[in-house]
Design a protein around this ligand. Structure first.
Ligand code: 5GP
Ligand code: MN
Length: 321
């Protein structure tokens, strides 16, 4: 479907449930919040619900407390349509899926190449840098000029998914969207400071721990860092935000693919995967039931750390040829 059809989908309805994937990142959150503000401008209503409480790091975004979690609801609110942003599958929204009644119209707005086209109405655009950039395009299609709050949310989503305009998904259109959002009131200096210069001491120390854990594998073409379950479940870890850590692994000369492994539960290891483009990590993650994009993806491996690492390296080796 096209942006104009998605705009019509919105025009025809009044009250929307908006959600995104579990462990939402700045793109999922920025896209949800930017969309909700645009809906309000149209005199419509958006109820934003995530599975769990959203990460505090984005709490500088205006009216952040409008983002709710399932804990805030006894039962599903009334709505005419659901909009899922940045979520490649229905399962990725977690338990919010229990609120999505099968007979209610649903719009799937996403930029993941791994998107499963799971909704009756799918607006899936893998050439877009971010779901936030897609929401910007939709806002324009709806004939709106984003207000400064909307601009801040969407700009945040774009810088998160483009790594501050460094990744290959940064297109001329991405930069044009960012320019328009800055013109509308998003402040690049303030937003960058809020996101990137607000580390806790624990986060900075954890980055050191991640870097110390790195090993080079497969003739120096792969770098793997890891956090054991003991650290993940520690008191200290509660104040750690690991966004961006894995990119330090990818920045090593000669490394083509990087992984950050976290044993989130005993026998259950989450992997964050990054590539310079030579290896399609969406496919690599797919070997373990995960997905994402060709250069950034993730998956859960049902094995303890050492085995998960061995399984991952085996899959990487196959793909390095
Ligand atoms: P991150 O490593 O930052 O958690 O995720 C990188 C990208 O991969 C994001 O676009 C994210 O949505 C996607 N991703 C991460 N984990 C999973 C997963 O388990 N399944 C799917 N389908 N995508 C994932
Ligand atoms: Mn995204």
């Amino acid at each position: 479907m096209s942006f104009s059809e998605a705009a019509n989908f919105i025009r025809q309805r009044q009250r929307f449930l908006i959600t995104s994937h579990v462990n939402p990142d700045g793109d999922g959150i920025g896209a949800m919040m930017g969309l909700e503000r645009a809906l309000r401008k149209l005199g419509k209503e958006g109820i934003m619900i995530l599975e769990a409480e959203p990460p505090k790091i984005f709490s500088f975004l205006p009216e952040y407390d409008r983002l709710k979690s399932l804990a805030d609801f006894q039962h599903a609110p009334q709505y005419d349509a659901a909009i899922l942003v940045d979520s490649p599958t229905l399962e990725r929204v977690g338990k919010v899926a229990d609120f999505l009644k099968p007979d209610i119209p649903m719009l799937n707005l996403d930029h993941h190449v791994s998107n499963q086209y799971f909704a009756p109405v799918n607006l899936v655009e893998p050439t877009f840098s971010s779901s936030a950039e897609m929401v910007y395009r939709l806002v324009v299609e709806l004939g709106l000029a984003p207000d400064s709050g909307c601009a801040e949310c969407l700009y945040t989503g774009i810088i998160i998914d483009t790594g501050r305009f460094r990744f290959s998904n940064t297109s001329p259109d991405t930069l044009r969207a960012a320019a328009a959002l800055v013109a509308a009131g998003a402040r690049p200096d303030i937003i960058s400071e809020k996101i990137y210069e607000k580390n806790t001491l624990e986060t900075t120390r954890a980055l050191g721990k991640f870097i110390a854990s790195l090993s080079l594998e497969l003739d120096g073409k792969a770098a793997v860092g890891s956090f054991e379950n003991e650290f993940i479940t520690s008191e200290e870890y509660q104040r750690v935000e690991t966004e961006g850590f894995v990119n330090h692994a990818l920045s090593i000369e000669g490394v083509e693919v990087a992984a950050f492994l976290k044993e989130v539960e005993k026998g259950k290891t989450r992997a964050s995967l990054r590539s310079r483009g030579g290896m399609d990590v969406n496919k690599l993650a797919g070997a373990f039931g995960g997905g994402g994009h060709s250069r950034a993806a993730g998956c859960t491996i049902m094995a303890p750390m050492a085995q998960a690492k061995a399984q991952l390296l085996e899959q990487m080796a196959k793909r390095l040829g």
